[in-house]
Design a protein around this ligand. Sequence first.
Ligand code: SF4
Length: 122
Amino acid sequence: MDYDSIAKAGSMLGSGAVMVMDDSRDMVETLQRLSYFYMHESCGQCTPCREGTGWLWRMVHRIQNGQGRPEDLAKLDNVAENIMGRTICALGDAAAMPVRAMLKHFRHEFAAKIDAAMKAAA
Ligand code: SF4
């Protein structure tokens, strides 16, 4: 594990956190916890981070709690994209990167919860 290898894999070293989990882990719940952490840690100095981390958490929280909407996945991606590279410190990027990674690799888990929510509401 080094800076170049991790950068090639589309991530970064620096915040010093490695999370190890098995394949039974609920990735929506995992992102909900991560998003809460970043929302809580945002100092509020710049708007994309101050507002965006809250938007991310609220959307993931909604999906996790059976109130997801089909448009949430595109909105999550859009909010994360609009935080990336637009904040004073790296916390904004650090909040957005797991959202984009989760949507890339575990989109089916988010979609399944939204589908279940839509069926329950019908
Ligand atoms: S990106 Fe950094 S400076 Fe900007 S609000 Fe977030 S924590 Fe504060």
